[in-house]
Design a protein around this ligand. Structure first.
Ligand SMILES: [Zn+2]
Length: 254
């Protein structure tokens, strides 16, 4: 379907990019992106994808908004404290772009449910805050052949990489197994407020590039952002011999 006049007005700046144009904008409208985690990373990622005109966003989260979230989780406001995150997120995203379709999954990402969940999406954004979830998402996306963006943040450091299962290095090429949990639970330190904004915006950019088939994705490379030193390093990641991603047959679409 051609774009409507209001759509032309809304996306005028993107339409002016020859790399996007009308056909790209239509592809964005047809795209479905799943965002796991509606917190620090998920907020900017979802916000920018909604703004850019990605047609369908799925949000997975079972948490409620707490006061301590508001320093970085910019989809939620003071009045949302106590509400499910996916509900306040959906409201905010639809206020930004009423044409957006938001699918709410009020649950934790779960390996057993993953195949069904992932099947409805073209690209996945790992915006979770713990190793267990990151490994689950990595494994489920590998299994389903689903492209995804990994990211992690801690204190003043952020990292992100994009994975095309079967085609590029995966999260387990980097870290074979989850680190053991600390013997004594540690009090969270950070992250600094604006840090996930930088990394989540990169994840949104990768999703848009993937949907539009343009540019160079962050494949076989991990970007490490040190906010304190203001340094960005991009480190090559090799596919690790014997990694599950090298021995498994993957039904990757791309
Ligand atoms: Zn691997």
């Amino acid at each position: 379907m051609p774009l409507t006049p209001p759509q032309r007005a809304r996306y005028a700046r993107q339409l002016a990019l020859p790399e996007v144009g009308e056909s790209g904008q239509i592809r964005l409208a047809e795209a479905r992106v799943l965002i796991v985690g509606a917190g620090g990373l998920g907020s900017p990622a979802a916000y920018y994808l909604a703004a850019a005109g990605v047609g369908t966003l799925g949000l997975v989260d079972d948490d409620v908004v707490e006061a301590s979230n508001l320093q970085r989780q910019i989809l939620h406001g003071t009045a949302d404290i106590g509400r499910p995150k996916i509900e306040s997120a959906a409201e905010r995203l639809q206020a930004l772009n009423p044409e957006l379709r938001v699918r709410l999954h009020r649950e934790r990402f779960d390996a057993a449910r993953a195949p069904q969940l992932l099947s409805g999406y073209d690209f996945v954004i790992d915006a979770t805050d713990n190793f267990a979830a990151k490994f689950q998402i990595a494994d489920a996306c590998l299994e389903a052949g689903k492209p995804y963006s990994h990211a992690g943040i801690a204190r003043f450091l952020g990292q992100t990489m994009t994975v095309l299962p079967g085609k590029s290095a995966c999260y387990r090429c980097l870290f074979e197994t989850p680190p053991p949990p600390p013997a004594v639970p540690e009090a969270p330190q950070g992250p600094l407020g604006a840090l996930p904004g930088v990394i989540g915006a990169i994840q949104a950019t990768e999703a848009i590039k993937y949907v539009l088939g343009m540019g160079r994705l962050l494949l076989d490379r991990i970007l490490v952002y040190d906010a304190m030193a203001l340094q960005v390093r991009i480190v090559t990641v090799h596919r690790r011999k014997g990694c599950v991603c090298t021995i498994k047959r993957v039904n990757s679409k791309q």
